[in-house]
Design a protein around this ligand. Structure first.
Ligand code: COI
Length: 355
């Protein structure tokens, strides 16, 4: 191992790389991690000792607050490699801003921009061989922060750990996705933490999603907690509905995550001349549109899955199948987005950022 100091980030390189052990053609999402990670600790009110070091486990006190009170947040980003071997990020500023919005909501310290961005850029440069060229190949980036302070008194931690880990990724879902519309469970409530990328939001989805899986559905479409009449998100993604030739998606709110893929698709769709109506969408409208043949598409949108077409939904024990369309807006937008991210087409929005 060699130790160097670069831009105040200490870098300890792995003695050997694991890269040759990885089958890049057959990757399960989020299962394999690159050779290095970035770490920075918040102690005594200061972010200190940023370091890039070999990917490895770490020790925490059993009373660390993350284990007891779930002070934990994360982001999901991706890096792409173009045909010239240059590395690109997609709207990284948006992830950085959202990370700190989540931190504030969870009574955690904000991460300074230079810690987040320099750590990310230097980590990516070190592990750049793990980003493969070609559409469909990406490196999923997982920045996260946990409360490491000790003691089981229920108040915010004094100490935190911010880390970035990297995982080569292909598709998030394999196969067709059918969804169950939630009639009882909710993902979020007004005044709650639904707009934060807080770990607990995802943990709370596991039980209802497992019940849906047992019934043959891959994901749940979450409805508002008060009335269960408004369609809000799909699994871990934002959700779009195409009725006739208009795209509908719910506005962001205290309950709905401000998805970066979501807002990018809205802007791209408008540029393609597609009408996008951002407003609460009712379950009853969806059922009615399915019955009268005007419901053409439903798709999820998120960093991990990008654009994920949904082939049917179940509501009150009735299954509604979507028609097969030959002018899919989901596929059009997915192609446009991934081509832009891989620098195969011009980025007229200025969203792609070179590492
Ligand atoms: C993402 O799309 O980045 C997400 O946050 C989904 C994640 C739970 C895999």
């Amino acid at each position: 191992m060699s130790t160097t100091q670069t831009n105040k980030i200490e870098i300890i390189k792995a003695a050997t790389s694991k890269i040759n052990e990885v089958d890049f053609e057959n990757l399960s999402f989020g299962a394999v991690f690159t050779d290095h990670l970035f770490e920075c600790d918040y102690i005594n009110g200061e972010w200190q000792k940023p370091i890039i070091k070999p990917y490895q486990p770490f020790l925490l006190d059993p009373s660390a607050k993350v284990f007891h009170y779930g002070q934990a947040i994360f982001e999901g980003m991706k890096a792409y490699k173009d045909d010239n071997n240059d590395l690109w990020l997609f709207r990284p500023e948006e992830n950085y801003k959202r990370f700190n919005t989540s931190a504030v909501r969870m009574a955690m310290p904000e991460v300074p921009e230079n810690v987040f961005m320099d750590g990310l850029n230097q980590l990516l440069q070190l592990d750049e061989a793990w980003v493969k060229k070609g559409l469909g190949n990406t490196l999923y980036i997982r920045p996260f922060m946990i409360a490491t302070g000790t003691g089981v008194v229920a108040n915010p931690s004094s100490d935190y750990k911010f880390m970035i880990i990297l995982s080569p990724a292909k598709a998030y879902y394999s196969g067709e996705v059918k969804v169950l519309i939630a009639e009882h469970f909710s993902r979020a409530a007004n005044g709650g933490i639904g707009a934060a990328k807080a770990a607990g939001n995802y943990a709370a989805q596991f039980y209802p999603t497992t019940l849906a899986n047992k019934q043959g559905f891959q994901q749940v479409i979450w409805t508002d907690d008060a009335t269960h009449t408004k369609l809000e998100e799909a699994g871990t993604m934002n959700v779009f509905f195409r009725i006739n030739d208009t795209l509908y998606t719910a506005p962001t709110s205290e309950r709905i995550l401000d998805g970066i893929t979501r807002k990018s698709l809205i802007d791209m769709a408008k540029k393609e001349g597609i009408t996008v109506d951002v407003r609460p969408v009712l379950v009853s409208e969806l059922v009615e549109a399915s019955k009268n043949g005007t419901l053409k598409e439903i798709f999820g949108a998120g960093t991990a899955a990008v654009v994920n077409p949904i082939i049917g939904f179940s509501y009150k024990e009735v299954y509604y199948e979507l028609p097969k369309v030959d002018d899919s807006m989901a596929l059009l937008l997915k192609d446009k987005l991934t081509n832009m991210q891989h620098k195969l087409t011009e980025d007229t929005f200025g969203w792609t950022v070179k590492v």
